[in-house]
Design a protein around this ligand. Structure first.
Ligand code: Z16
Length: 805
């Protein structure tokens, strides 16, 4: 891309605006101001985009296709500007035109095409693939409506539709000429032709047109522009199709209408299965079409193409690739199976049983008869081959088909060459426990790839103050080589740098306090401890434990008026799946205690509770740089990785955590003096489970602090609480506290007392914040993606091995 100075930018912007809107930018809305800028930016990368795609094809480079049901890219304007190297020029130019970049950027919709960690990880990976110059593409669904917009009414979560395409989408390119047909339903028959070869014919199928919309994934100042392809379902057109009825039209539109709002949970609904096959089939078809242009023998497919499936949602890519290779390209089962296994790899993101996908065979057979035949045959051959080697019991436990259902994780493992967990602890649990039977069969398929986050969005864009501080202390090499952030450690005793860390944090806290004041009408003190828990609402993540601590603190202040402890602001961001009743009750509880506490002047502002509405990527960018404390308090063994833990650490928050997910690795890097660990370890949880001896009521009866806090839920102390108080109380006392909150209560409270003490010593606190920032480099998604590329996809990484950690 050719360079552009401030005055050139200003001219181009004025011209662009004029062209698009036929009036002057000064009188425009920020949304219009954004649209013009977006189109200008798109012009700037379009030739690199074409060039990148062409080069991959000319060089016949191996490419990876990351199949994911969810992508959560966040607003793309600033990240594109940063990656094009023109963030400063544009900021300055706009200012000279009387516009503020942040204002203009807020005119962009934030596409919420994902639920949480899994979708955001996919987008961090897209950014890292392009930024490390690797040939990697995304494949997903262009949902007409993203994840619901959350509103609180009387403290209850209300869900509103998120019409993110309302004003169009400047970044996408509709490519109708690349559309493919996806077939559902009907019947299949196998018929021999004149030469005796079997042919599959389909009757009465419903044909759906999958139309791709492509979005550029711009690499960080390296000229690489990769592709994210999202598919939209449309009615096929052409002479062979009759004019569709309204019912048919609606049935087709439905497929890509909504994102299912479940995180770490699944619902076995037909429409969801349609979505999964729709984008898996469309993706595989377009990949195969690309491969055919290379004019190579089919056996080379795994040398040119890697297909990665993000969780089991795209597992039907396995039988779909088998189907195409056999039915359409005439390969034998054995040939097709070898190619398929070598091409596909799979990431597991959870051990929670309720999140493991299982589909009824009958449902699958009605919707996808040929695919079901292929799955049954994969299963039959698996059992036939493995029973003599591993015996009946073990082999049957690994069966894909059981009890009238198809187990998608089993299919994903058997039909791929690699399965990885997303943090060391998680992978160990998969190997030793959840998937142990498979590990015995396929030890070499198992590997770990600890998650990572893109430091471009989560540091450079969201925290410019800290970015400047890093540039001025350790230079700018960290921007392309995140491990360089470790150089900041040399400043751990530098009082001036420590004071600057403090000042940057304070600025960020003021920025968030302003938002809270304007949007929520709550005044918070930027000098208070900002204590942050931002993640989907789920019982295993234990937001409720955080609440119990707040109530304990509330009682303590009530008992000790005028007590001298630091002020705390408890900040929550969380959406609950609309059908997850218990999670919604906890949302109501948090809002009720916020109301009670924020309006109680006798607390002298020692506690405030801020539960932001509609938490998502954009709010995360505002909250994370302002955090002092990062809450990572899931029951050990349950959180596969977590990724907010990494973002918060990189922004200088200190972590209070159980030894779970990737937080264990944060502990390893930052050292025990710079993190607050509490609660049971995974081993202790396993032991307690096995002993079957836990009695939460006993703790309730014997621990006066626990009793007092839990009683608040049922004695009317919290205004506005209805059934929630009793139901939550019952979950903890009557139903034996499934996630062991009461067991971890004391050690959690003690860790928070230690935080109170430590926060007062500003210099020590700032030093520990600095050490957290300095230790965050290994969690850059650039390293994660290079490990995927080298060890799973075998892309022939473009960097030399010395550059890897
Ligand atoms: C999801 O976001 C995750 C797991 C899952 O099975 C489904 C969804 Cl939608 C999360 C994990 O809970 C989290 O620990 C992990 O960091 C994240 O996936 C990315 O791996």
């Amino acid at each position: 891309m050719q360079k552009m100075d401030v005055s050139q930018f200003k001219d181009r912007y004025k011209k662009k605006f004029q062209e698009r809107f036929a009036f002057n930018y000064e009188n425009a809305t920020k949304q219009e101001q954004f649209v013009a800028l977006g189109h200008l930016v798109k012009d700037l990368y379009s030739s690199d985009w074409k060039e990148t795609v062409d080069t991959y094809q000319e060089n016949k480079q191996k490419q990876v296709y990351y199949f994911s049901m969810e992508f959560l890219p966040g607003r793309m304007l600033k990240s594109n500007l940063l990656n094009l190297g023109i963030l400063d020029v544009v900021q300055e130019g706009l200012a000279e035109l009387g516009l503020d970049l942040d204002e203009v950027a807020s005119g962009e919709m934030d596409p919420a095409l994902g639920n949480g960690g899994l979708g955001r990880l996919a987008s961090c990976f897209m950014d890292s693939l392009a930024s490390t110059g690797l040939p990697g593409n995304g494949n997903g669904i262009r949902y007409r409506y993203g994840l619901f917009k959350q509103k609180f009414i009387d403290g209850h979560q209300i869900e509103l539709p998120e019409n993110w395409l309302r004003n169009g989408n400047v970044w996408e390119v509709r490519r109708e000429n690349k559309a493919v047909t996806v077939r559902f339903g009907g019947q299949v028959s196998l018929e021999p032709d004149n030469e005796g070869n079997m042919h599959v014919t389909y009757h009465n199928t419903q044909n759906i047109l999958a139309v791709p919309y492509d979005t550029a994934m711009v690499g960080y100042q390296n000229g690489t522009v990769n592709n994210l392809r999202l598919w939209s379902a449309e009615i096929p057109y052409g002479e062979e199709y009759l004019f569709p009825t309204e019912e048919e039209r609606n049935g087709v539109k439905q497929i890509t209408e909504y994102l299912y709002p479940d995180d770490s949970n699944y619902e076995g609904l037909l429409l969801r299965l349609k979505q999964e096959y729709f984008f898996s089939s469309a993706g595989v078809q377009s990949v195969v079409r690309y491969f055919k242009q290379l004019n190579l023998d089919w056996s080379y497919l795994p040398d040119k193409i890697a297909i990665h499936i993000n969780d089991t949602h795209p597992t039907l890519a396995i039988p779909e690739l088998m189907r195409i290779l056999m039915d359409e390209e005439g390969l034998s089962w054995e040939q097709a199976w070898e190619i398929t296994k070598k091409t596909i790899s799979y990431t597991n993101h959870t051990i929670l049983q309720e999140a493991m996908e299982r589909w009824s065979i009958d449902m699958m057979n009605l919707l996808l008869p040929r695919i079901t035949q292929i799955i049954m045959e994969i299963n039959r051959r698996h059992i036939e081959k493995k029973t003599p080697l591993y015996g009946e019991d073990l082999t049957n436990r690994t069966a894909i088909v059981a009890n009238g259902e198809i187990k998608m994780a089993n299919l994903a493992i058997i039909g791929s060459h690699s399965i990885n967990g997303v943090a060391k602890l998680h992978t160990n649990i998969l190997i030793n426990h959840t998937l142990h039977d498979f590990y015995l069969m396929y030890p070499n398929k198992f590997n770990n790839k600890t998650n990572g986050v893109t430091m471009r969005r989560w540091l450079q864009i969201s925290n410019p103050g800290l970015t400047d501080l890093l540039d001025e202390t350790i230079g700018t090499e960290w921007k392309t080589n995140a491990n360089d952030i470790i150089l900041l450690k040399a400043y751990a005793e530098d009082k001036e740098v420590l004071a600057r860390i403090d000042a940057v944090k304070l600025e960020n806290k003021k920025r968030f306090a302003k938002y809270v004041s304007e949007e929520m009408d709550i005044e918070i003190d930027p000098n208070a401890i900002f204590d942050v828990q931002i993640k989907r609402l789920h019982a295993y993540k234990r937001q409720l434990l955080n609440v119990l601590h707040i109530l304990d603190r509330y009682q303590y202040i009530k008992d000790n008026p005028g007590v001298d402890i630091p002020k705390r602001v408890f900040i929550f961001g969380a959406k609950a799946a609309p059908s997850y009743h218990y999670a919604k009750q906890i949302i109501k509880l948090i809002n009720a205690i916020a109301e009670m506490i924020n309006n109680d002047s006798s607390l002298n502002d020692l506690i405030k509770v801020v539960f932001v509405e509609n938490y998502g990527v954009s709010l995360a960018e505002l909250i994370i740089p302002a955090a002092d404390v990062s809450e990572q308090i899931s029951l050990a063994g349950k959180e596969a990785s977590g990724t907010s833990n990494m973002k918060l650490m990189a922004n200088g928050a200190l972590t209070i955590a159980t030894m779970d997910g990737a937080t264990v690795e944060i502990y390893d890097y930052v050292g025990e003096e710079n993190i607050y660990i509490f609660g049971m370890s995974n081993e202790e949880v396993q032991k307690l489970n096995a002993a079957n001896s836990y009695n939460s009521r006993e703790i309730y009866e014997k621990n006066p602090a626990v009793k007092r806090v839990l009683n608040m839920l049922i004695d009317g102390s919290i205004p506005g609480l209805e059934d929630e108080g009793q139901d939550i109380f019952d979950s903890l006392v009557k139903y034996n506290d499934e996630y062991y909150l009461l067991k971890d209560f004391d050690s959690y409270i003690n860790a928070h007392k230690q935080i109170d003490k430590d926060f007062r010593n500003r210099e020590t606190w700032n030093r520990r914040a600095l050490l957290n920032i300095a230790s965050s480099g290994p969690f850059s998604a650039d390293y994660t993606i290079e490990r995927y590329a080298d060890e799973i996809w075998k892309l022939g990484a473009q960097r030399e091995p010395e550059d890897l950690i």
